[in-house]
Unconditional design. Sequence first.
Length: 373
Amino acid sequence: MNKSMWKNLEKHIMTGISYMIPVVIAGAVLMAISRIGASAFGISNIWDEKWASSSNVIIQFLHTDDGWGGLALGLMFPIISGFIAYSIADKGGIAPGMVAGVLVANMNAGFLGALASGLIAGYSAKFMFDHIHLPEAMKSVVPVFLVPVLGSLVTLILIQYVIGAPFAALNAGLASWLKSMTGVNRVLLAAIVGGMVGFDLGGPVNKAAVTTAMALLTSGVYDPNTAAQVAIIIPPIGLGLATMIQKQKFSPELNEAGKASFVMGLIGVSEGAIPFALESPLKIIPINVIGSALGSAIAVGLGAVNKAPISGFYGWFAVNNWPVYILGIAVGSAFITGATLLVRKNVEVNEDSDETSIDDSQDNDFSEEEWES
């Protein structure tokens, strides 16, 4: 498989992920609202059916709201499968991809099954568009009938009878292995996931780690998600704090970026740290990786469990053992703040020319376009 084909595959998968993430966030926030609200009533299992008949109307609503969040999260595999197929075959791939994604979810074939179903649906639909030629009067039949029906049929047959069972077995085996991890192995896993998330701040490595961690939630595996959600917010918070503590070590532009970075970190957006990584990648990227790995390892190692794919401050108190979770965030962020200030020197501002320079050489290796690729 040549380089361009790998690039196309990456583009299709990232398209599916980008459409999936808003749905997951919506579901996660709904669940966070219900669980934080329930905690005010001393309830730790608001999802339990017994609360549906509670005499308290607020508790009934919180139970219902948690169910809404679960419904949204249940769309994870259909959405990613459908929009991978959309990226390949345009609108004609959506129906086969989404239908196949529902089957993947029902078979518990996991995230890899969803990727496979999207690719199969998309390329099947594209093949049909390229090879089915009807008279002009009947051309409209192809996108609204033939491709959705035949594309769904082909994809469902392949998922049901060929790849579904192996992917389900693989998913079950992976979940069982991850659940059996204890002690040092759990901490090491958390550190690896955290480091990947902190590496490219919303780029392919970050999204691969975060999406896989979120997908494992459907199998009852929570440690990777806990590690990922901690790591998402550590770089932007840590770098934002650095600009607040010693402004003289940053240009005016980065000082402004630092304010936005801190706020974006609190609401769970790692991309706020990108300007700092672009400005000095060889220094900031390793610091981000180490700080994210450290914070994730502390949170998971000391027993925090985040069962929802949400990283912003509004979800912190819905985490099991939330003080340890916040401790992991604080330690990781503090490491990034301290290490960043340690490797930087004061900025010299030339007031006459209105230019800013730094008295140590900066390694400006990437453009914004290269970072996102």
